[in-house]
Design a protein around this ligand. Sequence first.
Ligand code: FAD
Ligand code: NAP
Length: 889
Amino acid sequence: MTPTTHPDSIARRRLDTPDVDVVVVGAGFAGLYLLYRLRSLGFSTKVIESADDVGGTWYWNRYPGARCDIESIDYSYSFDPEIEKEWQWSERYATQPEILRYLGYVADKHDLRRDIQFSTRVESATWDDNASLWRVRTNNGDAITCRFYAMATGCLSLPKTPDVEGVKRFRGASYYTGRWPHAGVDFSGKRVGVIGTGSSAIQSIPIIARQAAELTVFQRTPNFSRPAYNGPIAAEKKAAFATDPAAYRHAAKWSRAGVPVEPTLMQALRVSAAQRLAAYEAAYAAGDLLALGNAFADIGANPEANETVGEFLRGKIRAIVHDPETADALCPKDHFYGTKRPCLDSGYFETFNLPHVRLVDLRKDPIKTITETGIDTASRSFALDAIVFATGFDAMTGAIVAVDIKGRDGLALADKWNDGPKTYLGLMTTDFPNFFMITGPGSPSVLSNMAVSIEQHVDWVGACLAYMRERHLDVIEPTPLAEAAWGQHVNDCADITLFPRASSWYMGANVPGKPRVFLPYIGGVDRYRKACDEVVQRDYLGFAFDGAAGARCNDGVICRLQPDVAMLIDIMAELGLPAIDTLWVADARAFSVAMAAERPPGPEVGAIADGVLPGAAGALPYRLYRPAQPGPHPIVVYFHGGGWVLGSADSDDPFCRDLCVRSNAIVVSVDYRHAPENRFPAAADDGFAAVRWIAANAESLGGEPEQLAVCGWSAGGNIAAVVCQRARDAGGPRIAGQVLVTPATDCDFTRASYVTNGDGYLLTSALIHWFWDHYADPADRENPKASPLRARNLYGLPPALVVTCEFDPLRDEGAAYAAAMAAAGVSVRHLDCRGQIHTSVISVDMILSAAGARAEIGNALRQFFGTSPAAEQSALRVALLSSRAESAV
Ligand code: FAD
Ligand code: NAP
């Protein structure tokens, strides 16, 4: 992207000298490291913290049992090798006091406290556009100006106001896990009620139960939890870290969740039940927060796969808890495993076997009100001496919008984020220049080891400020395009997972009135870091700068591929596979057969039968997919892809199954003759011969007469298009519609999509040349039977759905064919799939982000056939329910 000049350069404006370069709000993990980093870069920095000491989360959350759930070796700073040597964690999951001591030790070691103003709350921050600085005000009446303003205020720092009727009426003692008294609380002999069963409650309940005379747990949603098996740090882990801390940290930084774990590609439903159980038992025994979710690749995306973990954990709960009714109430059933933050516990479920502990299932018996003496549910009154509110936080955005932040033209951040936060990379937001968030919404943050994510953000911000200083730039702001596209990418990532389906705090669902949007970035710490690094490498793509050196704007979008597509391309690159166009045809065919064998199989259909039909020059094999519902059905004749050289009924089998289920039609996948043995026009002639024969024999195939459509992918799309033209010219058979999926329609290789997408997206322009060279002589290529776009006229063709993909070399010729047919009066729908590549749409169960396109194809076919939408919808629902759901790569 060419940098452009910002019209309103601050070079022409007055720049006041601020009190400090940077004001940082918060002195937790993030604020402390930000102070250290900025100071070491030579920026004057003032930190403001409402607590009277450092620690953040670990200052406030002093409830009994509070400890980390990411192992302490991992949940610690990496920026100072001396600290790594000097500080030894006493156990695997350190307690809150130990983590607080650690943060105090880091603050002392680097003399951080001298730049921290404690016991002071920042109340407002206002951007002064004339002076290009922030004006910050505190509850003490301080007014401070700074060039840059950074919120290190934490994702989980603002406790949620409990939305329970009568909270203020209670005359006993009330405690909030997120604001626990420093002196501690002795519950001995007390009747205690705990509201909530999230991580804080699950950690504290077993300990409170040890002291209390009676403990009543008020549970609205049961949570998945499993034992932490806390204890000494495993010798192997210690050794792995001690041997080469830098390598260990590097692996963490480039991992999915900030903990060095090798991801698996194995899918839960592709192993036997016994293998699955063994994997879950091992993960359970590991006492690791991430192990179960990492046991198989599809747990986060495939409902059926996820359900196997859910049932495994429910089995554990039933085995631990003696009373079956209590056990059942403790079993999570309303959300998929991991879509609400799972917990690690120390004897949580066992606590419910104690005689003085009882569970109140608020789903059956909701809280009516808190009274002066206890809690009234719909059916009972509970007398209590103390209530512990473990009711969670206004997560991710709460602490940020709690400060009255005003950007350009007095725009309030709370107003801008009224429908949900909008950020670029979770670091900055448009109209709020020089305002940074550490682990803001739209960054991996709470879905990762926060220590790793915090360091990454701080390093990025530090490097950015240093970059600006070197170049005499004073103001940075993301562009609206970059911000909108990042929001889209964050949603794209979430949408291929099960996470948005849960009423979780990740979705803002725990706070009444909060907009329901998925707040963190789920694409992974590694991919996120790569994106942030790439933004910098591409000269701060998506940012505008201004300053003494002039103004510039490098507008653009990072992460344009759909997330699962990007992942697939990376996996393919890592495999180091040979380029097909460098192989002999026989080897290329063997290679594509081997690749096809590795894919998920696609959904179940009613029946599959192989047969033979007469082609243009001999018998052709075909494979017929029959829907589960009784027929007769319409028929879709399908032509596989493979550049007229490769492919078979096997190669496109999952897609044919998907077509069959979604369209509720018979799919006949025709194995036409291949080049170079049978060059042009063999494939086109076979395609037409096959359609004629299938139309003539529709009833014996179980089909409805006159209800025939064609569909093809890539070279198969080319054949389908040619078949439609030939059927028109020959006066039949009647074709109800055509679905051309990323079709080859022309032999012109100079279109823009060849130039921009010719390399790096699996189908390369070199490979397309290889296909054409094998298929057709240059003299034949302009023949409409090879290049249907070149037909003299396109009138009278069947209605069409043309699917193109943004990052496909064939995109523009597909689009041109759609436009040309439309210009000739054909009813055409052109679906251009954002962020997809040539192979996306047919990659059933692999590219989940293309499931919408597959659904559109099913809809289009049903429309061509004019089948009743209601009847079809219910057939589709039944079929999809009984088939395997789609799973992640
Ligand atoms: P915080 O630690 O929350 O610090 C923010 C600070 O900003 C606070 O001290 C707050 O007082 C201050 N502040 C906020 N607003 C203002 C204002 N307006 N003016 C002045 N000061 C302000 N993450 C993990 O990765 N692993 C774990 O095991 C883990 N365990 C957790 C356990 C608990 C009980 C909780 C609540 C969270 C846990 N987390 C864990 C998440 C944890 O919040 C982060 O790991 C990390 O501590 C966040 O650090 P931070 O500096 O970003 O924010
Ligand atoms: P939480 O996970 O949001 O749990 C809050 C609990 O309170 C939920 O069970 C919730 O029920 C319940 N609740 C809220 N409002 C209620 C109401 N009006 N009536 C009845 N029940 C109500 O909060 P948290 O336990 O403090 O944990 C927050 C996050 O902090 C964790 O997810 C984790 O990221 C972090 N944390 C980590 C650890 C650790 O192990 N290291 C410990 C504590 C916290 P619903 O689910 O129905 O809303």
